[in-house]
Design a protein around this ligand. Structure first.
Ligand SMILES: [Cu+2]
Length: 483
């Protein structure tokens, strides 16, 4: 691991079709009230559920609530079993699960298990609406590799508003392959979950979902960076090496993550589980919806400040919104050296050979310039139209061709896919593992190998969509069945 085969700034910029770094940062009004920064880092509660007749059962109560983001102000939110965001659900690969999702919102909602392979009826997409006061209890088997997944609202045309208010949480999956590796995995000691988001607050310290025309085009962004609902928290730790499970849970912000001292860190997992080997990097981009697991060495005793350069879908034209402090890691004085990094992580088979169709998904905009609708293959989402069917067991090639001047992170429900080409080049090592969300830059063409296993349903569809939630709600989404 001596060289840095990672995505360098230059490569990312090339990949985004020339992000205009010199362009002025987006000017946003400063909040009238100060965010409470520098508090101790806190994670969402770890919830292993309860066992009922061999099934792991999670109780998830979705309700309006409040959270103190700003000094002395209670901000109205949506939370799951708490005021803002939800628990970290902890389960083992192979578990039989039941999710009891109680809707205490007073309006229809859904809860989608992002990244999980499951029957369409359990997916929690816009066809699994939960009425106010009702409880939805899907059951499915956890057919995943160890990794970091998440769940969030997916109500038709309300996804952005619900997630903005806090309707999201993390799913942490373990398995034997991962457990055999010398990696940090003790929650709260050397293994930490970071839900990254940004929010903007009004003069009263509230964060109403008041997306204006620009937000709808570029994705809703805020000027206050949050990790687990905290602004710039501090973690004191005695561990020589930390594992950071990072979710970009933002509506519309991409985060270019790096440390203030430009130190190297290592990515060990992508959306769907472990990479083949640790990938050394000094910065990396996470799109809305993407997760990464990283190792951070603190054995040298230096304070590590995690930062994020935030940018929106229109970065190629507008540049970034600036660099934000995410959080600070403060190592204890009495340290032990970090153990050697494992050379290999997971046994990643080569992407499966295609056995089925090649489908092209052209991303475009209607109208002139920046003011059109976002389209996939010339159309917008229609709740009552199935766009196509995939034969059960097929491995298909899905080519995403972005003809817009914006970045779109594309997410496909039910599957973990493999990226086989980005503009005709093989994927970077951190993109070569299991993925469910992929950044498609302006002018880029990205080819995926996608396998559809073991769940057939000719009626209920799965979704594919842009994970900029404003684009999804505006209809940049389609649906397919597996038959
Ligand atoms: Cu988009």
């Amino acid at each position: 691991m001596t060289h840095l085969p990672s995505v360098t700034r230059r490569k990312i910029l090339a990949g985004l079709g020339g992000l205009a770094l010199a362009a002025p940062a987006l000017l946003r009004p400063r909040p009238a009230l100060a965010a409470l920064s520098g508090r101790p880092f806190v994670q969402p509660a770890l919830d292993a559920g309860r066992m009922e007749a061999g099934r792991r059962v999670f109780d998830l109560a979705v309700a309006t609530g409040g959270h103190e983001f700003l000094d002395g102000i209670e901000t109205a939110t949506i939370g799951i079993n708490t005021g803002f965001l939800g628990p970290i659900l902890s389960a083992r690969a192979g578990d039989a699960l039941r999710m009891n999702v109680a809707n205490g919102l007073g309006e229809p909602m859904t809860l989608h298990w992002h990244g999980l392979h499951l029957p369409a009826a359990a997916d929690g997409g816009p066809h699994q609406e939960v009425a106010p006061g009702a409880t939805w209890s899907p059951e499915f088997d956890l057919r995943q590799k160890a990794g970091t997944f998440w769940f969030h609202g997916h109500q038709h045309r309300k996804t952005a508003e619900h997630v903005w208010a806090g309707m999201a949480g993390v799913i942490r999956v373990s398995d034997e392959e991962e457990a055999a590796l010398p990696l940090p995995r003790t929650h709260g000691e050397d293994d930490f979950t970071l839900v990254l988001q940004d929010r903007r607050f009004d003069a009263a310290g509230q964060m109403p979902y008041d997306a204006n025309m620009h937000d709808r085009m570029a994705g809703m962004q805020g000027d206050v960076m949050l990790v687990n609902g905290l602004a710039a928290p501090v973690l004191d730790t005695a561990a020589p090496r930390l594992r950071l499970r990072i979710l970009n849970g933002a509506n519309g912000s991409f985060y270019r993550l790096h440390f203030a001292d430009a130190r190297a860190f290592y990515q060990i997992a992508s959306d769907g589980g472990l990479l083949a080997a640790p990938v050394a990097m000094r910065e990396t981009v996470l799109s809305p919806g993407e997760r990464g697991e990283y190792l951070l060495d603190l054995a040298d005793g230096a304070v590590a400040q995690l930062r994020a350069e935030a940018f929106g879908a229109e970065a190629a034209m507008m540049g970034s919104a600036g660099i934000r402090e995410v959080m600070t890691f403060r190592p204890d004085a009495a340290r032990t050296p970090a153990p050697a990094l494992p050379e290999r992580l997971a046994d990643l088979a080569p992407p499966p050979a295609p056995t089925g169709a090649t489908r092209t998904f052209t991303l475009s905009m209607s109208g002139m310039g920046m003011m059109g609708d976002f389209l996939i293959n010339g159309g917008q989402y229609d709740h009552d139209r199935i766009d196509f069917s995939v034969p059960l067991g097929a491995t298909e090639t899905w080519i995403w061709d972005n003809t817009t001047p914006m970045i779109h992170p594309i997410h496909i429900h039910d599957v973990q896919f493999r990226i086989i080409g980005r503009n005709g080049q093989p994927p970077a090592p951190q993109e070569a593992g299991l993925k469910d969300t992929v950044l498609i830059g302006p002018g880029e063409k990205v080819a995926l190998q996608v396998r559809f296993d073991d769940y057939a349903d000719a009626v209920l569809p799965y979704m594919y969509h842009c994970h900029i939630l404003e684009h999804e709600d505006a209809g940049m989404m389609g649906q397919f069945t597996v038959v």
